[in-house]
Unconditional design. Structure first.
Length: 303
């Protein structure tokens, strides 16, 4: 005996007729003609060999077979509609997960506002944030967390030499000298690298901060000296604690120094040869709709 072949169209018509209490209103709901709905139900009944509706002058109501079939039909149609909605929202980039790596400059400047704007537009997207240095996200000679796919997009110091990555320039940040408020240099409007020759310039030992150390060494080298690495630190909080006690000075981006303005003094560096250029970078072949939506927010195409 051949099993009945029931189509999704027939199940949708079955549910619509029962919900609306008749063929005319079911046709309006399904955006089709009454005769088309009637034919669909008749085809279903022919396939089953029994009526699914009992028809009378007062309207239609499910038969015993129709009542049973409706229970399955509602589950199937409901699940399919739910799947369709979820698939559509995924295609539109309205749901999913986005992995974002950021450096200290970006989190202290534009990134919080970008994240707030994106989250308002796409509240169904899960954001996974991780603090990383530029040397982690895009090292010079080996794959970093962006090119390897560990993160979807990174905010870092660039430009980046990696043909697999797309990058977008956001802004530049100047280096400043940071000292204790009681330090003699703190009273100056600006300082030159030569003014730092006899100062204890603190450096960082961790790999993620090496881009700072290289910039500082380059600036000091231009002035004819190199910092003494007698105290090496792991992070900015440690550095600022030492600076606050007048143990030494540091050279950091202006945006980072601004976060500690109540504790230390920040003085512009004259003839600053190497500003920090901040970029957003992502893999060229990452076409995830969630990422593309985020990029539009970052670049200002969607606000």
């Amino acid at each position: 005996m051949r099993s009945p072949r029931i189509s999704l169209q027939q199940l949708r018509a079955l549910v619509a007729v029962d919900d609306e209490g008749g063929f005319r209103r079911a046709a309006e709901r399904l955006n089709t003609s009454q005769s088309a709905v009637s034919r669909t139900i008749q085809t279903l009944e022919a396939e089953l060999g029994v009526p699914v509706f009992e028809r009378s002058a007062r309207g239609v109501k499910p038969s015993s077979v129709g009542f049973k079939l409706l229970q399955y039909a509602r589950t199937i149609v409901g699940n399919l509609d739910d799947i369709s909605i979820k698939a559509l929202t995924a295609i539109r980039g309205e749901v999913g997960q986005l992995r974002i790596a950021y450096n200290e400059i970006s989190i202290h400047t534009f990134l919080p506002k970008v994240l707030a704007r994106f989250y308002k537009l796409y509240p169904g997207v899960d954001l996974r944030l991780s603090s990383q240095g530029t040397s982690e996200m895009a090292p010079e000679n080996t794959p970093g967390t962006i090119s390897s796919g560990e993160v979807d997009i990174g905010f870092l110091v660039g430009p980046i030499v990696d043909s697999d990555l797309e990058q977008f320039h956001l802004f530049e940040d100047q280096m400043v000298m940071v000292s204790a408020k009681c330090h003699p240099l703190a009273r100056k409007r600006s300082v030159s690298a030569f003014d730092l020759k006899n100062e204890h310039v603190l450096l960082w030992s961790s790999e993620s901060w090496q881009i700072y150390t290289r910039r500082i060494n380059n600036i000091c080298r231009e002035a004819g000296f190199l910092p003494r690495p007698s105290i090496m630190m792991q992070d900015n909080d440690s550095a600022l604690a030492l600076v606050e006690e007048n143990i030494g000075i540091i050279l950091i981006p202006r945006s980072v120094a601004a976060m500690y303005a109540d504790r230390v003094a920040a003085v512009p560096l004259r003839n600053n040869p190497e500003p920090f250029h901040i970029f957003a970078a992502w893999r060229k072949d990452n076409t995830a709709p969630v990422l593309r939506n985020f990029i539009r927010v970052v670049t200002g195409e969607e606000s």
